[in-house]
Design a protein around this ligand. Sequence first.
Ligand SMILES: NC(=O)N[C@@H](CC(=O)O)C(=O)O
Ligand SMILES: [Zn+2]
Ligand SMILES: [Zn+2]
Length: 345
Amino acid sequence: MDTVTLTRPDDWHLHLRDGEALKAVVGHTAAQMGRAIIMPNLTPPITTTSQAIDYRQRILDALPAGSTFEPLMVLYLTDTTPPEEIERAAQSGIVKAVKLYPAGATTNSDSGVTDLAHCDATIAKMVEVGMPLLVHGEVTTAEIDIFDREAVFIEKVMKPLLARHPTLKVVFEHITTQQAAEFVAQAPDNVAATITAHHLLFNRNKMLVGGIRPHYYCLPILKREQHRQALLKAATSGSHKFFLGTDSAPHSQGAKESSCGCAGAYTAPAAIELYATAFDEMNALDKLEAFASLNGPRFYGLTPNADTMTLERREWRLPESYSYAQGESIIPLLAGESLGWAIKA
Ligand SMILES: NC(=O)N[C@@H](CC(=O)O)C(=O)O
Ligand SMILES: [Zn+2]
Ligand SMILES: [Zn+2]
């Protein structure tokens, strides 16, 4: 296969930031995706419906002229989010989900949940109104090894949560392990997962062999090859439960190339091309449309986009960098390197 035509894809896990950074990055996603689930981990986080409505407007204002890109908004769950906020969110029609960040698990998660027991009434309300919970699935226990934090989360948090709220709609975000892929595949239909392009394409050697490559450092961290193979198998299995979520997470070049670098890979500029490369590796380009364009809307109860996009087998080179906020640059994943799949003009 040298060309693939698919229903226009959506990105079900995206960081757009705010202000100048938002203006610098949003066009990359809007150029290829119809819609995106916008992560709420700003500083301060988006914890109310009214903040989400304002943030959505700032995103629309930052779009290139004529763009029809649609941001789908998310609330950041805290220990004190009241059930009434879930009602407001559901009634707004603008907020599509609520995000659980275990406190301290990742970038801008300081206001996250310290103990899910604090959120029980709020989660019960989410079940009642059918609001999905999106989960950064890593424990933050200091003793637990960073490579084991997702697998431990399944046992310590995910299973007890679903035992208590068996019909809660849950997206296990950016899964990175065989354990998570198998857990989601075997779970009931109200449980789904997003998978990033970088976790399908790379294992931890890419980040750590022959020098430390900070642009491959993200959370959850890249795992060993066995896990990458399990993710490829899940994404190309044809199961409705797995869908595209880039977790494109912009940080300035200076914040990444540092003695204490930020977590996050900037993949938005070549998102669908990276996924096509991964699916091609599995000879599964025929499965790309369901993963990128159909399974996500199905889970969220939305209709797929009406238009299409065509990808072609053609070599092109990613830029070395783009301009970002405060006069800084941002380095995309695979900067200056060649990709074998391109969007057909
Ligand atoms: N994935 C990351 O490594 N970073 C994300 C946060 C997240 O999704 O966990 C970010 O906001 O930078
Ligand atoms: Zn996360
Ligand atoms: Zn993320």
